[in-house]
Design a protein around this ligand. Sequence first.
Ligand code: SF4
Length: 430
Amino acid sequence: LPGANAHGEEGPAYVGNLRKGELRGIIHINKENCVGCDTCRKFCPTDAIKGGLGAKHEIVDDACVYCGQCLIACPFNAIEQMSFVDEVERVLDNKDRICVAHPSPAVRVSLCEEFGGKPGELSTEQMVNALERLGFVVYDCNSSADQTIIEEGTEFVKKIQYWVLGERGPEVDEQGKHPFPHFTSCCPAWVKNAETYHADMLPHLSTAKSPLQMGGTLAKTWAAKHILKCDPRKIYFVSVTPCTAKIFEAARPEMNTAWRYLVANKDLPKDTPSFQDIDASLTARDIAELLRRKGINPLDMPKTRERGPLEVYTGAGTIFGVSGGVMEAALRTAYFALSGEELKNADIEVVRGHNNAIVEATIPVPIKALGGKTFDVRVCVVNGANQGLKEVLNRVRVDKNRYHFIEVMNCPGGCVNGGGQPVQPSGTAW
Ligand code: SF4
């Protein structure tokens, strides 16, 4: 694509906001530190690591989905992730830019751990206050997770309307005619895994972008116009994420929807160089590093704050951080849309759980259009691609009607155990 990237440089040598060579280094093994213990290969969901006991290991980049599970599992700190910390630090000093931080649900339960806090302790306010102290405007990713659910849940409802209720028409057809089962699409490692190894599943994936990508687009369109009241080109959008695969996702060349929308809408001149929706991605470890460089400890930040207009969200957005959360949030939306009633108990506990690689459940939903007759929605949660993914995909290949809705999270337990989270003492990551 034409146009400058986040490095301010132009030309076809770039993929999204990364140099082509950099894309190959999102996750890499430092051979100096690799002792050939072979631990990493057990955690890789795509067999992308070459090596054996006693040999220096190497990642085959085309096969890697950049999930970073090998990185947090390596007992010798031999696996590294590319970092935007230096670049973000520089841009924060540039008063002509508006730096927007977009913290994911899972980072608020991990960041303080880097500073000696209790693992898993919720510290939303301290995190946001610390990000503001760094100089960011904070746009909470929980808010765009809510938007993802509206998109993903509505798409699922349209499939029910099309395939189960036999409804037709422009309102239903476009999204509804995609076949069951409906797969979630918010995990970029799963999406790359499907693109590379399971292309037959692509027609089943939701067309919704991930919360971070929706957030980047909304920040440079809606928020730039109505909240920040600035030229969208001034915004430097930084995802703060538990996920190393998000670095890859943000760099995908098609992730420049704000630019395409603004140019098509004539909000920007048509010769405006392309820019990405997300300019830089910082993992939980990276943001901790940036805070340390600036002498800011989130544990010292106030535990209260008044939420701004970019921090409005529901519990549905919050539970995106754990396995089963996206499914649970989408089912709540679908239940309301199909039955016309709120769930009596919003907790759909049968889809939760970290202990099983595959979780299956049947959720009876009364359908208003059928006079309240119940339809059984069969769902499945893949809790870690390394464990249950191949089995579930084989089941789908044998029987496309076995499930209506499947959540796939690459990382066991979901994003709380993402490859960008603080590294746990050896062997306790999950
Ligand atoms: Fe990233 Fe979450 Fe997917 Fe892991 S499960 S690769 S952290 S989106």
